[in-house]
Design a binder for this molecule. Structure first.
Ligand code: NAD
Length: 465
């Protein structure tokens, strides 16, 4: 049976069930398990990315006005690098891990074996619609699962290209794409999966977790939240500002791990504000609206939400907007009150508020008073302060001196903690996320050392029998 990719028209429950049944049949017959199949799929996925660069770049431009160079390093090339890492190491990662057996159990041998879970569902968001759809797919295929992919309907051009290309490159019996929004995802979520990997906001994360609970399906939730950035006066402020502005304004601020706000003393803000303005001008010119390298807000709903967050504190730079173009200038706000609306939700757009703190202790207290963030960034040369941020705060990731870049280190887990997510992926962890680690114990029947723990336990009782 070949699994058709659903397009446009609403997916009913029967169709969702049929698609999942097809994927399950492919898994059950063992089609996805051989290493050769997995490596062939990863190779084909690489070809999809490298042979269709222009089509993918165009889709990302249409959806988010992503510059082609940015589309390459943050999406297409990024995913190829992730693929190459997994392809290079997969054979080794899949090797059973021998573990020691307690002396009392000898002779015996024990090993942990990774086995695929079955049918995986991947629900992707719109902000990095190539990376965040295909990145989890790498792990699911490498682990030997069949996969149902649901790209985000809010990046429709990219969803269309992926929906068209994936069946052309990958095994249609084991990989299917479902298009659509809430009704289609709701229909899909009613089916039983063996793993669900969701990237997006925490509200939908809860819906996914509830749906998964009905079938006791394990989940990975890659969520968001406010990622704080602390800056003190021990660092080169211009250098720090350049990195923070890059991290905040990349993809017009629509990055889950972007610095969401800055915590700094009033004195540091006085220097950091103008330095951020200089960095913005360096990246996007005097009028970012005319820069080919500056993105747009994904849709009018998000634009209106963001426009409503302006106006807090003191405007350092930016503030201009054009709804007809969904353009919102890179905006920096200083002395923003902690209770301002812009500090009550994840910004997910090109607005960077700076909030005044007295010192590192005050910053740590503020961070710990909120949800555990997806990322925390710290710019300080004070080694004691670095140690304190490491041990006294909790976050998905901690970056000293650079935002975002931890995502490109294959050996680091990528994921949140608490409200910013559960589970992690990238590199070896992507394979583990979609695998069950099975315990395998082998003990010969002779000699019968088990006699030592079988009843009767006391010699006295033994004598009675
Ligand atoms: P989104 O609106 O595209 O939603 C993500 C997916 O959920 C889509 O496929 C969508 O169809 C589906 N969905 C939406 N509503 C649903 C519902 N009611 N029931 C079932 N499915 C539904 O993306 P988003 O949530 O706006 O993305 C932004 C959020 O994602 C931010 O909070 C951001 O921080 C977070 N994010 C996290 C990561 C990460 O890796 N941790 C990466 C990117 C984005």
């Amino acid at each position: 049976m070949s699994i058709a990719t659903s397009s446009g028209s609403a997916l009913d429950q029967a169709s969702a069930a049929e698609i999942v049944a097809g994927l399950r049949a492919a898994f059950d017959e063992g089609r996805t398990k051989p290493l050769t199949w997995r490596l062939a799929q990863l190779k084909a996925l690489r070809a999809l990315l490298t042979e269709n660069g222009p089509a993918l770049e165009k889709a990302l431009w249409d959806d988010l006005r992503k510059a082609p160079a940015e589309a390459q390093y943050s999406e297409i090339g990024f995913t190829v690098a992730e693929l190459d890492d997994v392809r290079a190491h997969l054979r080794r990662w899949l090797r059973p891990q021998r573990v020691a057996v307690p002396p009392a159990l000898l002779p015996a041998s024990a090993k942990a074996v990774l086995e695929p879970l079955g049918v995986a569902l991947i629900i992707a968001p719109w902000n990095y619609p190539v990376q965040l759809t295909l990145g989890p797919l790498i792990g699911a295929l490498a682990a030997g699962n069949s996969v149902l992919l649901k790209p985000s309907e809010l990046a429709p051009a990219t969803a269309e290209v992926l929906g068209r290309l994936i069946p052309r490159y990958l095994d249609r019996r084991a990989v299917a794409v479902v298009q659509g929004g809430v009704p289609e995802t709701t229909a899909v979520l009613a089916e039983r999966f063996d793993h669900i990997f969701y990237t997006g906001n925490g509200t939908v994360g809860r819906i996914v977790l509830e749906a998964a609970a009905k079938h006791l399906t394990p989940v990975t939730l890659e969520l968001g939240g406010k990622s704080p950035t602390y800056v003190d006066d021990t660092v080169d402020i211009d250098a720090a500002a350049a990195r923070i502005a890059w991290g905040r304004f990349l993809n017009a601020g629509q990055t889950c791990i972007a610095p969401d706000y800055v915590l700094a003393t009033a004195a540091v803000q006085a220097k950091l504000g103008p330095a951020l303005e200089r960095a913005v001008t360096r990246y996007f010119g005097a009028d970012p609206k005319r820069s080919p390298d500056y993105g747009r807000i994904v849709n009018p709903k998000q634009f209106d939400r963001l426009a409503g967050l302006l106006g807090a504190g003191r405007l350092v730079t930016g503030g201009e907007s054009d709804p007809s173009d969904r353009y919102l200038a890179p905006t920096v706000l200083a002395d923003v009150p902690r209770d301002a609306p812009v500090m009550q939700q994840e910004i997910f757009g090109p607005i960077l508020p700076m909030v005044t703190v007295a010192d590192a202790s005050d910053a740590i207290r503020h961070i710990n008073s909120g949800d555990k963030p997806l990322a925390l960034y710290v710019f300080t040369n004070d080694s004691r302060a670095r140690r304190r941020f490491t041990t006294e705060t909790s976050s998905g990731a901690l970056g000293f001196g650079i935002p975002l870049a931890h995502i490109s280190v294959h050996g680091l887990p990528f994921g949140g903690v608490g409200p910013s997510g559960m589970g992690a992926y990238h590199g070896r962890r992507s394979v583990e996320a979609f695998s069950h680690e099975k315990a395998v114990l082998t003990k010969p029947l002779a000699p019968d050392t088990i006699r030592l723990v079988t009843p009767p336990y006391t010699p006295a009782r033994e004598n009675l029998i």
